[in-house]
Ligand binder design. Structure first.
Ligand code: ADP
Ligand code: MG
Length: 151
């Protein structure tokens, strides 16, 4: 479906973009993040958290896999890096069908559990301060989200 590419020139710019994205999301939305270590997935998630009004500091949940935060909508932050070579299902559906916003780092590792309707963001390293973000919507709702985000 619809795709859009853009660049950010700082971590702050990535956070601000993610913060704006958060204001366009609704309960049950799933945002999947792909990109190498240090690409900016957690930075992006922090921006989403800010936009959802999460007060606590968001840190990488690598060792817990899922962290839940209270905001105007709940945020379910997952980092499934450790599941690369496993098909362990740690109850993802409950989160994806829940009332919060799910944000999944390394989402490609749990492809089989991901819902069909999602906003996928691939973050590519360009240079020390620059990242290319590829936004891909797989539903009309997320097409609308992308249009609003970049307008
Ligand atoms: P990941 O979760 O993908 O491993 P992090 O968000 O933890 O990545 O780290 C990204 C690092 O890159 C941070 O140190 C951040 O400050 C830095 N950075 C530099 N430029 C950018 C940018 N344009 N967008 C996001 N992060 C950036
Ligand atoms: Mg991370």
């Amino acid at each position: 479906m619809s795709e859009y590419k853009l660049e950010t020139d700082s971590a702050l710019e990535t956070e601000q973009l993610a913060q704006k994205l958060a204001t366009l999301l609704k309960p049950g939305d799933v945002v999947t993040l792909e990109g190498d270590l240090g690409a900016g997935k957690t930075t992006f998630t922090k921006g989403i958290a800010n936009g959802l009004g999460v007060k606590r500091n968001v840190s990488s949940p690598t060792f817990t896999i899922i962290k839940e935060y209270e905001g105007e909508l709940p945020l379910y932050h997952m980092d499934v890096y450790r599941l690369e070579n496993s098909d362990e299902d740690i109850g993802f559906e409950e989160y994806f069908n829940g009332n919060g916003v799910s944000v999944v780092e390394w989402a490609q590792f749990i492809e089989e559990y991901l819902p069909d309707e999602r906003l996928n963001i691939k973050i590519n390293y360009v240079d020390e301060h620059t990242r290319e973000l590829e936004l891909r919507a797989t539903s009309t709702h997320f097409e609308w989200v992308i249009n609003e985000l970049v307008s």
